[in-house]
Design a protein around this ligand. Structure first.
Ligand code: ATP
Ligand code: MG
Length: 687
């Protein structure tokens, strides 16, 4: 019979130190766990939560911030496994009670809705994803006539990136333009006007973008009375992957816990890979000195994830980093299998190698689910997706094209969003243009007319029917009215919207039946949410991933290969990992070699990719690869070089593989005549 502290015995001394830090005290001092990949940081965090609960902490008063919603639910399940049996609670009791486990953005959205009235916000606000935000930015740009009158004014995406950077880095526009977007600095005055108008538009429409969820949260915390209420909701605050938080997130944490009491953060500076979203490694490095009394620091140095040869190669890559706080790791997992550096002719061979390799591994007992293929950019997996589909190898793609990115799904959601918040102009604009004969001009005029009204949903009926819309117009008016008055129960209203939308879909698309099937899937997903508002919020913040059958719901019991961008693979691990295009121009990306700082981030990215592997790591080096780059005026093939992060001196750490294998030169030699030189090996070693 295991003792009720058996879960502590599996931990190493430093992990245990972190887990037990101040447990039993109402408000232990701040704690920082800083350590390399696979050293058990996330595991330690889960044990700490379980341990705190066991010592009387109320799980409903624990704020657990992770990098994705998926990571949050995995963490809750782990806590349940560790603490549930010890405490003899019913299954699911702890998971259900950990209601504050989520991302910064998700938690921010919930807090803002709960405290909306206090900060003069209409709680029915809708949330814009990046694409909606770019659309709104574009609308405002046009209204100001910048796009027409200013030649080469930055595109909507660039405007949004600049705006977002200013917000998240808590920096001045001038500074951001000077340091990050110098080619836009000539537009400083116009951009300032544009951003002012963008903010005004969001307010008029009662929409928040992603950045607002943090910005309003931080703003709310500046009001002492509200700050006390919000801070008072939590006894413990724990944050995973702290190296990838930005200044705004750090300021929210500081406002929640000015003295750091009850605050635990864990992270690894060597895995900081989100500086393009204004994350800064300074947050983790400055954490100890941000609080008084200063934070306790725990470091971990044993890796439990990877075999020794994989770890040695990953350590060698990160050893060359110019700046680094965490130390190298060691492991007891010995193995004779080195990581593989696989040279292939081109992307077709790269894909062929992977398909063969994952099937072989499956045959020898590694299910597809325990294998992943990682890539620098979402667009790189296209050829692989085609090949996997052709060979009937199921897969799920993380961090790539989302189920919700499909136009027909976005249309459905726009209808719901417009009904939820009739002032949401981006949603209205999209819905109106679904009508035959209504283009941007007419849609804009209709929205202007509605904008002046107190109840736009009702006012829609007053608008003169656009001539070409025919019967679709009264149908639209009736539908929006019924949705706005919540006549229909959730999630049945989705079926109602589908009935309205189907004839339009059939008129617009040849593949309407498969799009309708997607919408039916959406209805199934919707059934998992208590209501329209939660559904819209959570889907916008953390959309489901695309699967090989394009469904938004995970293939439940099936075995499937994981495809993921390196960025989305953070924190995860698989038995076998393949990394695509480990060549210069890709890792490091051509776009990421502008400054020494960017180059360092690319190196960390490769380190993150390599340290996802437990037993087997294949780095693929195509000698020719295809790039899509606007900067280079179009697509083209490039002759590629192995990444500069694995210089020749390092290749001894890898097994060199040439695929498909060539007939050895020796085969043609006379028996008994040894080759003077192994040219094949010599050629390979040049790469
Ligand atoms: P990353 O930096 O990639 O996020 P991490 O430091 O969070 O990694 P974890 O994911 O928590 O590391 O742990 C890596 C692996 O090591 C997991 O499989 C975990 O179960 C295992 N592990 C962690 N600590 C121990 C331990 N004390 N004994 C055995 N296995 C452990
Ligand atoms: Mg982790």
């Amino acid at each position: 019979m295991p003792s009720d502290t058996a879960y502590l015995e599996a931990l190493n001394p430093n992990q245990r130190l972190a887990v037990e830090h101040g447990a039993g005290h109402a408000a232990p001092g701040p704690l920082l766990v800083i350590a390399g990949a696979g050293s058990g940081k996330t595991n330690t965090l889960a044990h700490r939560v379980a341990h705190l609960i066991r010592h009387g902490a109320d799980p409903r008063r624990i704020l657990l911030l992770t990098f994705s919603r998926r990571a949050a639910s995995e963490m809750s399940r782990r806590v349940e496994r560790i603490a549930g049996s010890v405490l003899g609670l019913g299954s699911g009791a702890i998971t259900d009670a950990l209601t504050w486990a989520g991302t910064f953005h998700g938690v921010g959205a919930r807090l803002l809705r709960e405290h909306a009235q206090q900060i003069g916000l209409d709680p029915a606000f809708t949330i814009h994803d990046r694409e909606d935000s770019a659309d709104l930015m574009n609308l405002v740009r046009h209204e100001l006539r910048f796009s027409e009158t200013k030649t080469r004014f930055p595109a909507k995406g660039t405007c949004l990136a600049i705006y977002s950077r200013v917000v998240n880095a808590q920096a001045d526009l001038d500074e951001v333009l000077k340091t990050v977007f110098p080619w836009c600095a000539m537009w400083t005055a116009e951009l300032r006007t544009l951003f002012g108008a963008y903010v005004a538009a969001k307010q008029a429409q009662n929409v928040l973008d992603y950045d607002d969820l943090l910005l309003y949260w931080a703003g709310m915390m500046a009001e002492p009375a509200i700050a006390a209420q919000v801070s008072g909701l939590f006894d413990h605050i724990l944050v995973d992957e702290y190296q990838d938080t930005n200044r705004l997130q750090a300021s929210v944490l500081l406002a929640l816990r000015p003295d750091g009491r009850g605050l635990t953060v864990v992270g690894d500076d060597a895995q900081s890979i989100y500086s393009f979203r204004a994350a800064t490694v300074r947050n983790i490095l400055d954490f100890p000195s941000s609080f008084s009394p200063a934070a306790q620091i725990v470091t971990l140095d044993r890796n439990y994830r990877s075999t020794q040869p994989i770890l040695a190669a990953a350590n060698a890559v990160i050893d060359q980093a110019s700046e680094r706080f965490t130390k190298n790791l060691w492991t007891e997992r010995l193995s004779a299998q080195k990581p593989m550096l696989v040279t292939v002719k081109d992307e077709a061979d790269q894909v062929g190698y992977i398909a063969r390799s994952v099937l072989e591994a499956r045959e020898t007992g590694t299910p597809l689910k325990q294998q992943a293929v990682l890539f620098r950019s979402s667009s790189h997996s296209g050829p692989l997706e085609i090949e996997l589909t052709r060979r009937n190898i199921p897969f799920v793609k993380f961090g790539g094209l989302k189920f919700l990115d499909a136009a027909h799904i976005k249309d459905m959601l726009a209808v719901l969003r417009w009904a939820e918040n009739p002032r949401d102009r981006v949603a209205g604009f999209r819905v109106l243009q679904l009508m035959p004969g209504i283009g941007p001009g007419t849609a804009g005029r209709i929205l202007d007319a509605l904008g002046a009204s107190a109840d736009p949903a009702w006012a829609l009926g007053e608008v003169p029917p656009p001539a070409k819309a025919g019967q679709h117009w009264p149908d639209l008016v009736a539908m929006v009215g019924r949705l706005a008055s919540r006549e229909l129960s959730w999630p049945l209203e989705l079926g109602y919207v589908r009935q309205w939308y189907e004839p339009l879909l059939e008129a617009a698309y040849e593949d309407a039946p498969s799009r309708v099937a997607d919408i039916v899937q959406l209805e199934q997903i919707a059934a998992g949410y208590p209501g329209r508002e939660r559904f819209l919020t959570e889907l916008t913040l953390d959309p489901p991933d695309a699967t090989s059958d394009q469904a938004g719901v995970p293939l439940k019991d099936d075995d499937y290969l994981i495809l993921s961008t390196i960025h989305s693979a953070k924190g995860q691990e698989w038995k076998a990992v393949h990394v695509l295009n480990v060549v210069d121009g890709c890792i490091p990306s051509d776009l990421g070699t502008g400054s020494a700082h960017e180059l360092e981030e690319e190196r960390r990215l490769l380190y993150v990719a390599m340290t996802r592997a437990k037993d087997e790591l294949h780095l693929l080096v195509p000698q020719r690869f295809y790039v899509t780059q606007q900067a280079r005026n179009g697509d083209r093939h490039l002759y590629a070089q192995r990444t500069r992060f694995i210089p020749r001196a390092m290749t001894a750490l890898f097994e060199d593989i040439l695929w498909p294998p060539v007939t050895p030169i020796r085969a043609g030699l006379m028996p008994g005549q040894p080759a003077v030189v192994d040219m094949a090996a010599k050629m390979r070693s040049m790469w």
